[in-house]
Structures are given as C-alpha cells and as structure tokens.
Design a protein. Structure first.
Lengths: 525, 185
C-alpha cells in the first residue's frame, strides 16, 4: 500500500530521529516518523527494574560475534523514545582532542569537523532540552561556551564520599552535566532524586524525547507511526536519489512511504543493516556503499568500575542513575602510561537492588547465604565509581547481513566486534587508579568490577569523513553517494571518544537537521 | 485492545496475569506458587530443577515463585517478556534457552551423582555443583556456557527475591517509586 508522499520520512523515534523531526516539522516540512516498536507514554514507565525491561530491545535479533561480542540488550531501545527513553542522561561532551587523533597521534582518523563546529550545537541542545551543570567548572578542560540553563543537581553521600579519594590521586571532580532538571524547566518539573532514571522517568524531569524534541515535532505536525518495521530504502530507476522506504505495519502488511528525503535514525547497527538490504542493480553492495564502508568501524566504550563498601550509610538509593560528579583529568589520549585512549570518570549514582547494574551483580561470584549477607551489608554502605574508556576504530569491527532472515524476509544483522590490544591496557589502568581512589576515600571493602570487558554505547558503521574515499557520510550525516539520504545517530561518529554519546548525538543531529532545512531545495529538489 | 497495550495497562496493577480456573487473575509469582497455579510451559521436573537452582542461588527464591515467574515469562511473546534474558541478549524464544540450560544441569548432575538430578542433590552438593557451574568447571557439561546459565538464573532469582517491593523492604531500602505498583510487585 502506498501512502501520500511526504517531505521527510525518518526511520526511528529516538534521540536523533526526534531531533530531525522537530527541526524539519518546525521548518514547515511534512514529516513522518516510522518506529519499529510500541508508542510508549510516560505513564508506561513504572518504577521497577523488572517492568523496565519492556522498553529494551525486541524484534529481530542481531547475531553477535567476535572476541568481544557487542552487548546491546541493556543499552538499546525499542519503541518511541528509543534508547533515550531509558538513558542515564549523562551529558559530557567530546573534547577538542577527540576530533584530531590522526593529526595529534597518528592513530585512527580525524573527524572532518572540529570541536568548534559542534560546540554551538551543544549549547543549543542544552537550552532546548534542559541541562543541569556548571559549565564554567568544565572549562578547565574545554573552550568556553554558554552556561547551562540550570544549576548542578543535588549530590548525596554516595557521591560525596569519594571526593577525598579523587583529590588524593590528583583528579579534579566537577558537577556532572546531565540532561535532567535541577529546577523546574520549560513546564517540566525538577527531579525528585528517586533513582529510577534507567527505566524511564515518568515525571518528565529527565530529557527523554517524549518530553523534548519529539513533543516539539508532534506539536509542529510530525506524525509518528509506531509498529512500523522498515525493511528497505527505495531509489529511483537511475539510483541517483532515494524515493522513500518500504515497511511492514502492525498487521504485517507491506507499505510504501514516499518522501523527498529519507533520514535513517534507527540505531548504529540497524542503519547499516537497512542500507545493506537496499541493494538494486545500481547499488549492488547496498546504498551508499560503493566504497564498501557501510557497516565498518563499529566502536564501543568499556568501563572500569570500582566498587566499595563504606562503614556508613551512604544512602545509595538516593540520587539519579546519572552521575553527580565527573572529570576529564584522564581524557588525554596518553593520560595513562602504556595505554592509549581517553578515559571519562564519573562518581555518584543511585543504585537499585536487581538488574544488570544492580547491587546483587556487584559481586557476581557470591550466591546463597553469602549473597544474602552481602546484600544486607551493601544496603547500607555500597557505592561505586566508574571510568569509561575509548576504543579506537577498527575496520574489522563491522555489521554484515546474515543468510538467516526475519519474519519480513529481511536478512538478520551480524555484529562482529573484537577489542584491540590497547583496550585491556586502558581498562587495567583505570581499575588500578580506581582502587587507589577507593583506598584514599576510606572504603572498608573495595574491588574491581571485573569479568569480560564490557561493550557499551555502540557507535560507528556509517562514519563521517572528508569524502567517499574514507567514509559514508559528510559531517552533516548526508551520504556521499545519494544527496537526499541522511544518517543520524552515533553511527556517524568518526571516533568514539570516551564521553557518553547522547549529548553529541543530539548536537550532531541538530546540526545536520538545520543544514538540511537550510539547503532543502538543493537536497530535496 | 492489543496484547501489549493490555499488559501495559495491567502492569499498573503490579502483578502478572495467571490463568486460574479458566479466568485471568492478577497474582505475584509467589502467590501463584502458593495457590498451585498450573504451569503453562515448563514441565514439572523442569520447574523442580529451577526451584532447586533458584534456592541455591538466592535464599527464598523458591517461595518467591521463581518457577512460576519463569514459566509465565517464557509463555508470553518475547516482546512482552520481563526476563533479564532480554537484556543479556538471549535469542528468543526464551523457552529454548531455559530448556537447554536445565537439560545441561540435570544431565551433568546425573552423570556426576549416580543418576541423581540437581533437585535430588543435598544442599552441600547443590552448592558445590553451582560453584563449579559458575566457573565453567562442571565435568562433561553440554549446553549453554555454565557461567552464563549461572548468571541468568541468578538474575531471575534476584528479581523475585530482591527486585520486588518486598525485597527492598526486607533490606530496609526505601523503594521510592514514581509510579508505584498498586500491589507489592
């Protein structure tokens, strides 16, 4: 079935798709957003780790391979709001050194843009969605920008107790920048610090798409169609332009949505899967893939968690799932001797009992009565800090399509991912420093959160660059090969940095959407 | 009303919908166990093994209804499931994983203990078996990696014992819900 042609069809109603939708709808464009999953409302976000799993990935699975298979079930999204419906809303930026790794270290590659190109959009996003923090204090590490619209969030003993330890090892901690309301903001209430951010904030104090860009987009006339499973991007006969997308609706009936511009904002793994499945006689390897770079350079973060029990009630249930304090003092690419890559440090987080990040999983080796005893001790004194690490892009880390197909006949995606030798070195360096911090902070028990090296925040796959010889898209997310086809989200990152990615996703999406609106007649004409 | 919307409504009541006497009744898994609600997907011996494993992993998991919880969750569409399997990237249908895991546990237990399945072992033997499974050190193990089976079933047991409002209360931790379940789970 064919639907009335629109100006823009956006695939995915998460952070990046919502941002594009808001900008373009407000610019007067007719916008349709196709979302694979349900149409969640704030009232669906019940405070429970168990019920919170309903908003985690479902639908056709990705096949996970490599020495360090990507784990996407906890961090991914499903349904309107995407992963940003349940993200922690930590809002660190990338720093200037992230954009110039090749120039400064002869490693990986440079971005085609500099920090200065993105900085104005960080500031705009802060105003649009509401960010709490102390920009001035961050400016010991980055160029000056606008102040955040709200003061820092409250801190609690589970965060404050670490400060002595950080000071002892020479790490400066500043108030964390978070996409949450420390005060009422734009009609949304201030946070009440109940620590349920990670399963979705139903009061709208956390800047999820439902209360920010997606709300703006709907108000401006954008239409959201949940339960719409996109399978292909369609092109004209010459293969020079995209003409819309094919999708299957809730009744599993085939639909076509024609559009002048297509924006894929379906997640770093799903965007390449769609491109690779959209082969034609003019695009034998898939759309935007003549250079064979679609699906390449997948990247993740990894974290080194230091966990501790203090001999006092740290009220670990209080606060937010995001951080209270943060530091870029180990963000230099060679900050740790013998290791390479940035580290971003956070402290102070509310902790619940169960789920992947819950207290019970802090000692996975314990079971039976020993676990019960640990839970009693931890209920009073358990808290933790963490350091995110940066993985360098590697062309062998990639998305492919498998021979096995989903219920719509679309090949499943296969994510192949292995860490290189730099990663365990950086992981270990951050563990060692974490234990030194815990000791100096006066912890009674302290340990490293080991196990397999985690894979967090999937990025890459449709990276940006200076041209088709090195990348899939330009700095706005526009594909080099087809001018009216855009990519949005973490897939366009050239390198990963070590900062939580969503603030940068919002900023790059805003930048891309504004460029598209400005150049509309050239792009869509 | 579409199924998932219906459950989205029902979750506000905080319990799961079990079939009792041909009618849907909202119960916690512990209540379902206490009332003898029939299992929908698991066989009795599988439920027995789950309960024995759950109790070994987290004390009180049997009474909290771990078998009824898993049975319910593997009986509904994967997109509605509340199992930690969902965030640990287990490929649906989840019943397949549990069957494979439970089969591996009982086969290995029988091979190592003169034909006795896991539920028939004494408490010390069960602890020893689980400790070996945790470390992927069960001799002759055939099935999903023992360490992963440990992680997943331990998570399920943690869910029913510590992830509920009762679990928080037992630890003295304020639950502080934004949207409170109207029942205790």
């Amino acid at each position: 079935m064919a639907n009335e042609k629109v100006d823009v069809v956006i695939v995915g109603a998460g952070a990046s798709g919502s941002t594009y939708a808001a900008v373009l709808a407000k610019a007067g464009k007719k916008v349709v957003i196709l979302e694979q999953g349900p149409d969640w409302q704030l009232s669906d976000l019940i405070s429970s780790d168990i019920w919170g799993r309903r908003i985690k990935p479902a639908g056709p699975p990705f096949l996970l391979e490599g020495k360090n298979p990507v784990s996407y079930g906890y961090q991914g999204g499903w349904g309107v709001g995407g992963a940003a419906l349940h993200y922690f809303a930590n809002f660190p930026r990338l720093l200037p050194n992230d954009f110039r790794i090749k120039s400064e270290h002869n490693r990986a590659h440079d971005w085609p843009i500099a920090y200065a190109d993105v900085a104005p959009f960080y500031d705009k996003v802060a105003t649009d969605v509401g960010v709490s923090g102390d920009a001035r204090s961050e400016e010991i590490w980055r160029p000056k920008g606008d102040p955040y619209p709200m003061p820092p969030m409250k801190t609690f003993r589970n965060g404050d107790i670490w400060l002595k330890g950080f000071e002892a090892v020479g790490i400066r901690m500043v108030p964390a920048a978070v996409g949450m309301n420390s005060t009422d903001y734009k009609g949304r209430p201030a946070c009440i610090y109940d620590g349920w951010c990670h399963i979705g904030c139903p009061i709208g104090a956390l800047a999820n798409p439902l209360v920010t860009y997606l709300a703006d987009a709907k108000k401006a006339g954008a239409q959201v169609r949940p339960w719409s499973n996109v399978t292909r991007v369609l092109t004209n006969a010459e293969g020079t332009k995209v003409t819309g997308v094919e999708y299957y609706d809730r009744k599993k009936e085939r639909q076509v949505q024609e559009a002048s511009v297509v924006v894929l904002a379906a997640w770093a793994a799903q965007n390449p899967r769609l491109l690779l499945n959209s082969t034609t006689d003019k695009h034998a390897k898939g759309l935007a893939n003549r250079n064979g770079l679609v699906g390449k350079f997948m990247m993740t973060h990894f974290s080194s968690g230091t966990l501790a029990i203090f001999d006092e009630d740290v009220q670990n249930y209080m606060g937010t799932t995001g951080a209270q304090f943060m530091s870029y003092d180990r963000y230099g690419k060679t900050a740790h001797k013998g290791a390479f890559g940035s580290s971003f440090i956070v402290a102070g987080t509310a902790i619940k009992t169960s789920d992947l990040g819950g207290m019970a999983n802090a000692r996975l080796d314990l079971f039976g009565p020993e676990l019960a005893q640990f839970m009693k001790r931890g209920a009073r004194g358990f808290t933790r800090i963490g350091a995110f690490g940066e993985e360098m892009p590697n062309i062998e880390n990639r998305i492919e399509v498998a021979s096995e197909k989903d219920e719509f006949g679309m090949p499943l995606g296969r994510i192949i991912h292995s860490y290189d030798d730099d990663v365990p070195k950086l992981w270990e360096a951050n563990f060692a420093e974490g234990l030194a911090i815990a000791k100096a902070a006066g912890a009674k028990e302290m340990w490293s959160g080991r196990g397999n090296i985690p894979t967090i925040h999937l990025m890459g796959g449709t990276i940006m660059g200076t041209g088709a010889e090195n990348s899939v898209v330009n700095s706005y997310g526009q594909t080099h090969e087809i001018p009216n086809l855009y990519m949005a989200g973490p897939g366009i990152f050239s390198t990963s940095g070590a900062s939580n990615p969503t603030y940068t996703i919002f900023a790059l999406s805003l930048r891309g959407a504004e460029q598209l609106a400005t150049k509309w007649s050239t792009v869509a004409g | 009303m579409h199924g998932i919307e219906r459950r989205a409504f029902m979750q506000g009541a905080g319990a799961l919908a079990f079939m009792v006497g041909g009618a849907e009744v909202l119960l916690t898994p512990g209540e379902a166990r206490a009332q003898g609600v029939p299992l929908r997907s698991l066989k009795p011996d599988e439920a027995e093994t789950i309960e024995a494993l759950g109790e070994t992993l987290v004390p009180d998991a049997r009474k909290a209804g771990i078998a009824n919880f898993i049975d319910h969750q593997v009986s509904i569409p994967a997109e509605e499931a509340l199992l930690e399997a969902r965030i640990l990237n287990v490929r649906p249908p989840y019943a397949n994983f549990y069957r494979a895991a439970l089969g591996a546990v009982d086969r290995a237990s029988q091979a190592l203990n003169n034909g006795r399945g896991f539920a028939q072992l004494n408490e010390a033997e069960q602890r020893s078996f689980v400790d070996a499974m945790r470390q992927n050190k069960v001799e002759g193990w055939q099935g999903p990696a023992g360490g992963f089976v440990y992680l997943l079933l331990r998570s399920d047991a943690v869910d029913v014992v510590y992830g509920t409002m009762e679990g928080y209360a037992a630890l003295g931790i304020p639950y502080m819900p934004h949207i409170a379940p109207t029942q205790r789970w």
